[in-house]
Design a protein around this ligand. Structure first.
Ligand code: SAH
Length: 235
């Protein structure tokens, strides 16, 4: 997806990008690819692929929810900033927290934030389960893309969402995995409101976005230790 196609497709999502935002994305792409030559951040090595599979794909978040109506967003397992950093650039009203257990990725994101002159961006190097100890039910929106199985992911993410906030899970083609996580969602205080199913333009790969509303406080025993979460998934 070249930049012109990106602008058009993002326009179809209802987003009009300013010159500042386009310049910031341009610099993001340049710096990502440069940094990636010495530090492994992403398997994607071409500009057009970054615009399609990282930038455009991150912005499909808005098919599920309007970020301008919320103040805080947490991205769990953000990697090189997807979708959290892209959402920060396009919706600068959001205070975004980027979390990853890989410090190389967090360092890249800190440097990028300085380069782009962004404010209201927080970082956490560590595991989602540990972050939860001091940040329970704190965020309006929590998201994650390509991090883990939906049932595991729900236990990592939903405790961090405030009541009436949303967990937006950006998943691939496997809709059954989302359906199977319904028990976990309910136990953790959530309600699966909607699954938005679409294909990415050009290469036509399938995506599902699960929109989960936090309706009740999560019982205190969750999240459990990571080994427990993985060994005995909620069902
Ligand atoms: N969201 C990004 C990165 C996906 S790769 C994207 O879509 O491109 C998965 C990332 O999740 C990795 O960077 C890994 O370090 C991180 N991760 C996996 N489990 C985690 C956990 N429990 N806590 C924090 N980070 C985690």
């Amino acid at each position: 997806m070249n930049k012109e196609e990106f602008i058009n497709k993002v326009g179809d999502l209802g987003i009009n990008l300013t010159d500042t935002q386009l310049n910031q994305l341009n610099e993001y792409c340049r710096y990502l690819l440069e940094y990636n030559t010495h530090t492994n951040l992403t398997a994607i090595k071409e500009e057009k692929q970054v615009y399609l599979k990282h930038f455009y794909d991150s912005l499909t978040f808005i098919k599920a929810i309007d970020p301008t109506k919320y103040e805080t967003l947490l991205d769990i397992g953000t990697g090189a900033g997807f979708p959290g950093m892209v959402l920060k650039i396009v919706f600068p009203n959001l205070e975004v927290t980027l979390l990853d257990s890989n410090n190389k990725k967090i360092n890249f994101l800190k440097e990028l934030t300085m380069k782009l002159g962004l404010t209201k961006v927080n970082f956490f190097h560590g595991r989602a389960e540990d972050f939860c100890k001091k940040n329970r039910e704190k965020f309006d929106l929590v998201t994650a893309r390509a991090v883990s199985n939906m049932t595991v992911l729900t236990e990592l993410c939903l405790p961090l969402v405030r009541v009436d906030g949303y967990f937006i899970a950006m998943k691939g083609s496997n809709i059954d995995e989302i359906i199977e996580s319904k028990v976990a969602i309910t136990k953790l205080g959530g309600n699966l409101e909607n699954i938005i199913d679409f294909t990415l333009p050009q290469e036509e790969s399938r995506r599902n976005i699960a929109k989960i509303k936090k309706e009740k406080l999560t019982p205190k025993e969750y999240p459990r230790r990571y080994e427990k979460i993985v060994k005995s998934p909620l069902k």
